[in-house]
Design a protein around this ligand. Structure first.
Ligand SMILES: [Zn+2]
Length: 266
């Protein structure tokens, strides 16, 4: 029987994603760095705070964040574990509606403002069209998220960033899918005067053939696509019902592309 492994797009087994909160004006400089090295990220924005001078403007959302993901961070950034649930629902839904008017795509990601969450909020999110939400802190690991509604990054950029990046680059065994996930706020680079840290990291991590550079939601969409693949009982063929191509490795051979909507013999 064929032995099948899920792969990331392009047949890769490592993925890198970035996650930055609050939509401060320093996002412009950070995105310029990401774009120069082909790094992709997700930017969590508060739709009710755009009138502040230290925030990007709604008008620049489609251009500034092009190629990256725009995601929710609630309308006004409350500590939501202290709020009534209907208020939390409004903070998320109204943020989605505003951001979607500027992105033109469904906004399905969230990061918890102030890292605040509860089991009740977690249970609420799928019904609000939210597919994942990021917590704070660092896991120091490269595992895929077990619970996307408590998605913890590998590290904050001020926590062992270059050291963990080197560890990630050195991973070569293909038994596992690996994810490096970095989070922070772009204004922190101004506060600490350490823009060279993220520049050095992106230079070190960019342009690698075995890394898939993705946004937060692209990572989950890829895994969700894979779950929908329909394999023959004996693994002799597979049907891909998704609108996106999938990649699988069969019997440890180089990965194969399974085109969207097609049935392919293995
Ligand atoms: Zn925030």
């Amino acid at each position: 029987m064929n032995k099948v492994y899920c792969c990331f797009p392009g047949g890769k087994h490592k993925a890198l994603t970035m996650s930055y909160d609050d939509g401060r004006t320093q996002d412009r400089r950070l995105i310029d760095i990401f774009n120069r090295y082909g790094i992709k990220g997700t930017f969590h924005l508060n739709s009710g705070l755009f009138d502040r001078a230290d925030r990007v403007t709604p008008k620049e959302i489609p251009t500034l964040y092009a190629g990256h993901e725009v995601a929710c961070h609630t309308v006004t950034h409350p500590t939501i574990a202290r709020c009534p649930l209907p208020e939390v629902a409004h903070e998320v839904l109204a943020d989605r509606i505003f951001l979607e008017a500027h992105t033109g795509y469904p906004v399905r990601g969230l990061s918890y403002p102030n890292g605040s969450l509860s089991p009740e909020i977690e249970a609420l999110l799928p019904g609000l069209g939210i597919r994942y939400s990021r917590v704070v802190g660092s896991s120091d690991g490269f595992a895929l998220p077990e619970n996307p509604y408590r998605w913890q990054a590998t590290c904050h950029h001020n926590h062992r960033l270059l050291e963990l990046g080197e560890q990630f680059l050195a991973l070569y065994k293909k038994q596992y899918l690996y994810l490096m996930y970095v989070w922070g706020h772009s204004y922190e680079f101004d506060d600490k005067g350490n823009w060279d840290l993220i520049e050095d990291f992106c230079r070190m991590m960019g342009g690698k053939e075995d890394i898939w550079y993705c946004t937060n939601i692209q990572l989950l969409d890829c895994l969700d696509d894979y779950k929908r693949l329909q394999f023959a009982a004996d693994n002799s063929f597979v049907f891909n019902p998704n609108a996106r191509d999938c990649w699988i490795s069969v019997n440890d051979q180089p990965a194969r592309r399974i085109p969207a909507g097609q049935c392919v013999g293995l």
